[in-house]
Design a binder for this molecule. Structure first.
Ligand SMILES: NC(=O)C1=CN([C@@H]2O[C@H](COP(=O)(O)OP(=O)(O)OC[C@H]3O[C@@H](n4cnc5c(N)ncnc54)[C@H](OP(=O)(O)O)[C@@H]3O)[C@@H](O)[C@H]2O)C=CC1
Ligand SMILES: CC(C)(CO)C(=O)C(=O)O
Length: 306
């Protein structure tokens, strides 16, 4: 299957790069700056799971994109979504499956509106990755997973075909309950991002502060209640695992959003946190901790001049 990876940043570069490394038919849709970086230095992945440099990875820019692809793996940030949709639209044919890996949920509405829900699968990834100052993809911890599936649940021929193409990536698995998975991931990510951005430090340091554990678990409860109101209450095993991660003393864990703040980069405040608050308000769920975290993110955006 022909795969178009939209964006060759941290997660697009990582997962697309791993597929390319394994000989899959992968092309990166990139903007001019990234195109010239990839042409001169290659796609460089530094990872506890193995370093690799992929020389001259296939790239295309929006003005030259005309062929249809079987899979579009969407890996831009939420604030670039509108522009990315315009850019990759020519690649979407009758049979194209779009798999978004963005955190949050709102992008599904935008993709459905433009392409029709039948083209849009559910998708998520769990990984800690970033681009360093040399614009290399750096995986910060060994953990990695990539899940995708039919949003109505169950499986399909196209999901089985995608699973075969993605099988070269460790941790890539089809899911027959991807919407539940996406909600659970959102609950975890939002709890982690809200806490580590607001406190400007890792889970371990928050836990070491007075009231830190109550804050972390309070945010987790708020996010879980919102998921529950949407019909996706996080399951017991997820809740136990997430509670464990958010109460692990000494944990260095932070969210990618916190790394972006430290680097002075834009953040997905509305997409990841603001949208949860909109849903909480609609369901009349009080979310004071999440609201404080959102105010902090919006103040950060103001400071950046956004
Ligand atoms: N990093 C992480 O550890 C994780 C991130 N996520 C989520 O994944 C998503 C992507 O994050 P991440 O990979 O970190 O982000 P990055 O900023 O590292 O990468 C995004 C890439 O998208 C590219 N892009 C944006 N618009 C376009 C466009 N129109 N055409 C081509 N390329 C485009 C950007 O290109 P350019 O270089 O030109 O700006 C950039 O390289 C986010 O929603 C994030 O929340 C999820 C799990 C973990
Ligand atoms: C929660 C985590 C680390 C899992 O991939 C993530 O999605 C992020 O930091 O953006």
């Amino acid at each position: 299957m022909r795969v178009l990876v939209v964006g060759a940043g941290a997660i697009g570069g990582y997962f697309g790069g791993r597929m390319l490394q394994a000989g899959r038919d992968v092309t990166f849709l990139v903007r001019p700056r990234r195109a010239s970086e990839l042409a001169s230095a290659g796609l460089v992945i530094k990872s506890p799971n193995g370093d690799v440099t992929l020389k001259n990875p296939p790239t295309v820019q929006a003005d030259k994109l005309s062929e249809k692809f079987d899979i579009v793996l969407l890996s831009c940030k939420a604030f670039d979504l509108e522009d990315a949709i315009k850019s990759f639209a020519p690649a979407v044919g009758d049979k194209t499956a779009i798999i978004p890996l963005l955190n949050g949920m709102l992008h599904l509405d935008a993709l459905d509106k433009k392409f029709g829900a039948a083209h849009v699968l559910g998708g998520l990834c769990a990984i800690a990755a970033t681009l360093n100052d040399k614009r290399e993809v750096v995986q910060l911890q060994p953990m990695q997973s990539l899940n995708f599936g039919e949003r109505a649940g169950g499986t399909s021929d196209r999901v089985r075909a995608i699973a075969d193409t993605f099988s070269v990536v460790n941790g890539a698995t089809a899911s027959d309950h991807i919407m539940q998975d996406m909600w659970e991931k959102w609950v975890f990510l939002a709890s982690l991002a809200a806490s580590t951005c607001l406190m400007r430090t890792s889970v371990g340091n928050i836990l070491a502060a007075p009231g830190g554990k109550d804050f972390l678990l309070g945010i987790l409860d708020e996010c879980s209640a919102i998921a529950g109101a949407a019909g996706h209450m996080p399951g017991g095993p997820f809740f136990q695992r997430t509670r464990g991660l958010l109460t692990a003393e000494g944990s260095q864990m932070t969210a990618s959003m916190f790394r972006d703040i430290k680097a002075g980069l834009p953040v997905e405040a509305d997409h990841v946190i603001g949208d949860l608050i909109v849903r909480a308000d609609a369901a009349k769920i009080p979310v004071p901790k999440l609201r404080t975290a959102y105010t902090h993110l919006k103040a950060y955006e103001k400071q950046r001049g956004a």
